[in-house]
Structures are given as structure tokens and as C-alpha cells.
Design a protein around this ligand. Structure first.
Ligand code: A3P
Length: 332
């Protein structure tokens, strides 16, 4: 049990965050655990959040008003958010920026700057609610929120949700590298075994991974017009096919003429790991939430888990996946 501060009766660590009273009060009532990265997570609506993200989630649930034309990109952290942002931005804006070799925003801006996160960009300030009405449509937003926790207006509107998931073994390994890189300067390396144990129990930011996937999987089966369910591995293997499928789902299909002019290939090349990771902006700059862009581009491959996990770990995580997802017709 955390020691309560005499002044505010909230645990001391919470005072480091800029939280409003409602959030502070809520946090004290929620289950809490210390996560692999030393951060306290709180379980809200079945999923685990760091305090500042919970503040943003509550604000977003309260204030976000969806338009029917909105596009929402949803992922678990490290499932390929950066790639999906780049692809969606390039796809939707292909007439506005036809020249992918010069003047395209993706050449000088990181995809996270072009498609804002609700949690880390838009609703992160407790005293400020952004006015999003003036953004030209279709607006593209991104979030790691579970389906259950999406703002009501998203569910009530006809806006579209693209959900991208990935083999949890690769998600975990990618997450471990990311957190280790981001925090290494402050706290040294993060023990892999400890992180793995937390991930498998579901206690990681925006976890549990499996329940997150399942929520969107079920919704995509129930309402295929609303939620398109994508897998990183399948997109890596058949990018041309999936980009065309995404375009159809978003009601902006490629014409025959565009295909024959190489527009699909152009977008895929522009958004490829090799292209994006070698751009100056992604090698040297930082995104708004103060993480170096280069940490969003590591390997961009399928199956790096083989280089990090022991046989026991692989069996353990595979059995969780089987137990939680197989009955629903989902596997990796
Ligand atoms: P690895 O760590 O396995 O390399 P997110 O964008 O959700 O934070 O996920 C990051 C993961 O996506 C990292 O995986 C990163 O290398 C990979 N990634 C980033 N850009 C990509 C791209 N254009 N194509 C494929 N994978 C990409």
C-alpha cells in the first residue's frame, strides 16, 4: 500500500502528475500496480493506465465529439501505430499531396506529428480541451484505448475504426526495447523477465493485450463497416492488397488509373520502414511527447521474438494467446 501524503490524501507519486481533482479521486479508488518500467498503473474499465493517461482518457471520453467522417486508428502500443499513421495519412491526402518525392509532409514530419494521439497530444492537459471542429475532414486520430472505453460518440457515429494488431511476442519484444531505450538514460536497463511477467499478466500500459485485441475483433465481426481488423504480419506480407482494402473500407478506393500510375506502390514506398527510418526527421528529432523519433523505428520485422524469448517464455505466451483467442477464431 502506498503511503498517503498528509496534505492531499493521495499517494505521493500522484503529486508528480498534473491531475485534476476528479482524476485524483478516481485514482485512489482504482486497483493499482507498479509496472515493469517502475510506473504506477491503474486499472480503469478493465485496462491499465499510467496516471497522466487516465487523466487524458477521462477528458477524451467526456469531450470528444466524433464526426461521421472521422477515422480512428487504434492499436496496442508497438503493434505498428507509426506505420498505420503514415499509411492512413498518405492514403487520405493522396490528392492533396500527389508528389511523394518532394513536398510531402511525411518527408519532413514524423507520422505522430501528422496524426495526433488522443492520450498524448490532444487530451493530455487537464486545463485545456482542444477545439477539433476546425480540422478539415476527414479528421484522423489515433488512440490505444480499448473498444469498451471509446467515447460514446465514436460508437454512435458512422466514423470508421482501423484496428491494427500484431503477434503479442513481437509486441512485447518491441515494447521492451522501446521502454528500455526511453528510460535507459534515467534508470538503466529493464530486466526482460520482469517485463515479460507483467506483460503476460496484462499489467502493462493499455493492457491486457489480449482483451484489447478481442474487443475490436468481436466488434469487427459484428460490424464490418465500422471496424476493420488488421494484422501487422499480414500487412507486411501483402501490403499492396491491404492498402487497397483499407482504401475501400475508408470509402476512398484506388481507381484503375491510380493503380496503373503506381499510386499504391508510391504510398507503400513512402511509408515503408526503410524509407521512413532513414529520413533526417526520424533520425534526429523528437515528437511532441518528448520521445526521440528514432525509437519508433527499430527493426520493422516479423519474428524478432525468436532472438529474445526462451522456449519456456514462448510456450507460456503462446498458451495465453491460445486460451484467450482461439475460441474466437483468432490466432497469430
Ligand atoms: P520493432 O520494435 O519490432 O521493430 P508503434 O508504431 O506502435 O510504436 O510500433 C513500433 C513498431 O513498428 C516497431 O517494431 C517499429 O520498428 C515498427 N515500425 C515502425 N515503422 C514501421 C513501418 N513503416 N513499417 C513496418 N514497421 C514499422
Amino acid at each position: 500500500m502506498e503511503k498517503l501524503s498528509e496534505k492531499t490524501l493521495v499517494p505521493k507519486y500522484m503529486q508528480e502528475y498534473d491531475l485534476d481533482e476528479e482524476c485524483e479521486e478516481l485514482l485512489t479508488t482504482l486497483p493499482s500496480e507498479k509496472c515493469w518500467n517502475g510506473i504506477h498503473l491503474h486499472q480503469y474499465q478493465g485496462f491499465w493506465f499510467a496516471p497522466e493517461f487516465l487523466q487524458a482518457v477521462i477528458s477524451c471520453q467526456k469531450h470528444f465529439q466524433a464526426f461521421d467522417t472521422d477515422i480512428l486508428l487504434v492499436t496496442s502500443p508497438k503493434a505498428g501505430t507509426t506505420w498505420l499513421k503514415a499509411l492512413s495519412f498518405a492514403l487520405i491526402n493522396r490528392n492533396k499531396y500527389p508528389n511523394i518525392h518532394s513536398n510531402h509532409p511525411l518527408l519532413t514530419k514524423n507520422p505522430h506529428e501528422l496524426v495526433p494521439f488522443w492520450e498524448v497530444d490532444l487530451y493530455c492537459n487537464k486545463d485545456f480541451v482542444p477545439d477539433l471542429k476546425t480540422i478539415s475532414s476527414p479528421r484522423i486520430f489515433s488512440t490505444h484505448l480499448s473498444y469498451e472505453s471509446l467515447p460514446k460518440s465514436v460508437k454512435d457515429s458512422t466514423c470508421k475504426v482501423l484496428y491494427l494488431c500484431r503477434d503479442p511476442k513481437d509486441v512485447f519484444v518491441s515494447f521492451w526495447h522501446f521502454i528500455s531505450n526511453v528510460r535507459s538514460k534515467r534508470n538503466g536497463t529493464l530486466p526482460l523477465e520482469e517485463a515479460f511477467e507483467c506483460f503476460c499478466r496484462g499489467v502493462c500500459p493499455f493492457g491486457p493485450f489480449w482483451e484489447h485485441v478481442l474487443g475490436y475483433w468481436k466488434k469487427s465481426l459484428e460490424s464490418s463497416n465500422k471496424v476493420m481488423f488488421l494484422k501487422y504480419e499480414e500487412m507486411k506480407m501483402k501490403p499492396y492488397f491491404y492498402l487497397k482494402e483499407i482504401a475501400k473500407f475508408l470509402e476512398c478506393p484506388f481507381s484503375q488509373e491510380e493503380e496503373s500510375k503506381g499510386v499504391v506502390d508510391g504510398i507503400l514506398n513512402l511509408c515503408s520502414f526503410d524509407k521512413l527510418s532513414n529520413l533526417e526527421v526520424n533520425k534526429t528529432e523528437k515528437v511532441s511527447f518528448n520521445v526521440e523519433n528514432k525509437y519508433f523505428f527499430r527493426l520493422g520485422q516479423i519474428g524478432d521474438w525468436k532472438n529474445h524469448l526462451t522456449t519456456e517464455m514462448i510456450e507460456h505466451i503462446n498458451s495465453i494467446t491460445k486460451q484467450k483467442l482461439a475460441n474466437h477464431g483468432l490466432s497469430f
